[in-house]
Design a protein around this ligand. Structure first.
Ligand code: ADP
Ligand code: MG
Length: 315
């Protein structure tokens, strides 16, 4: 998976993936406005709408109808993804719009998926932010795994947390599956993918213990991979301090059951104006640049820029 980049400023380009499993939690809202906040810091940013079933990132940037999208890129056999890069009206922010016709690409063919992945990696920007689709499916895991750093977006709702854990677990098992040729280990991972499996494997830490009995080398490879996996976390729609600090509790759970270090990037407050800006088809940052929510997102952009995450308590 990813290797932590201590100082993203020094790296030419950094790919972030905004994931969460659940729909309606704010993945597109955060992608769009984090993109704008990074541009305010002088960065060149490309945001990519990879919600192939329900693309609407353009709407959250105040664009009614993008001229070209990933659909054109695939269906018309375009040679370069640069041909569909759209200006957003925000200096230094460009958009790769997603597919609005669900039937064509919502479940992409492997060849189309590989083409998209290959071309995203070739984009030229300081930060590329991928707005992943809703759901917990292999093609979303593949898009997640292009990123240098995955960001889990979670709202304080129990269902959001559950979906995020399922997503994390899925990403682990999906990735580990590609790292072994041992048929017994592969079968065990397949078993573990069923959340209610009879072997009682619930978490990646459980699975590692079982793999150790079958293939010590595979266990070592999996554990090394897990050690290099340093995703981040953002809490969205926090209504009070307790909800804002939920990130620290989630971080402990992840350490215990997933064996991973989930860096907390910060929280974004709940604000009814987010809803109203979406209704008006406007970018939130354009209408409410001095709001508390914009301040939260700027703080997160600062952490994204310097590669650090929050420590144990909020100041
Ligand atoms: N911080 C927030 N405060 C209030 N409402 C929010 C916030 N973040 C997101 N929303 C609401 O959630 C809706 C869904 O957000 P969206 O980014 O489209 O979700 P996703 O991409 O995860 O499906 C938005 O239209 C907005 O009404
Ligand atoms: Mg979305």
């Amino acid at each position: 998976m990813e290797t932590e980049k201590k100082d993203t400023e020094k790296k030419e380009k950094h790919i972030w993936a905004i994931a969460g499993g659940k729909g309606g939690i704010g993945k597109s809202f955060v992608t769009a406005n984090l993109g704008i906040a990074l541009c305010e810091r002088g960065k060149k940013v490309v945001v990519v709408d990879l919600d192939l079933g329900g693309a609407n990132l353009h709407t959250l940037l105040g664009i009614t109808r993008p001229p070209l999208s990933l659909d054109d890129f695939i269906r018309k056999g375009m040679r370069s993804i640069k041909g569909i890069l759209a200006e957003t009206g925000i200096p230094n922010l460009q958009l790769i719009a997603g597919v609005q016709d669900m039937l064509t690409l919502s479940n992409p063919k492997p060849r189309d998926k590989q083409k998209i992945i290959h071309h995203i990696a070739s984009l030229n920007a300081d930060h590329i932010i991928l707005d992943l689709g809703t759901g917990i499916s292999p093609h979303i895991f593949d898009f997640f795994l292009i990123s240098d750093t995955g960001i889990f977006l979670i709202t304080p709702e129990r269902t959001s947390l559950e979906n995020a854990y399922q997503f994390m677990r899925g990403v682990f098992f999906h990735r580990w599956m590609t790292l072994t040729t041992n048929k017994k280990v592969k079968k065990l991972i397949e078993t573990a993918m069923d959340v209610n499996n009879a072997a009682g494997i619930r978490t990646p830490v459980d699975l590692l213990a079982h793999v150790e009995n079958l293939d010590k080398e595979a266990k070592k490879i999996f554990a090394d991979e897990a050690n290099g996996f340093k995703p981040r976390l953002i809490i969205n729609q926090a209504r009070n301090r307790k909800e804002a600090e939920l990130g620290f509790a989630i971080r402990s759970v992840c350490r215990k059951y997933f064996g991973i270090d989930l860096g907390f990037l910060g929280h974004i407050l709940y604000d009814y104006n987010v809803y109203s800006s979406v209704q008006r088809g406007r970018a939130f940052f354009s209408d409410y640049p001095s709001s508390d929510v914009a301040a939260c997102i700027r703080d997160i952009a600062a952490h994204v820029s310097d590669g650090r995450s929050l420590e144990w308590s909020l100041s």
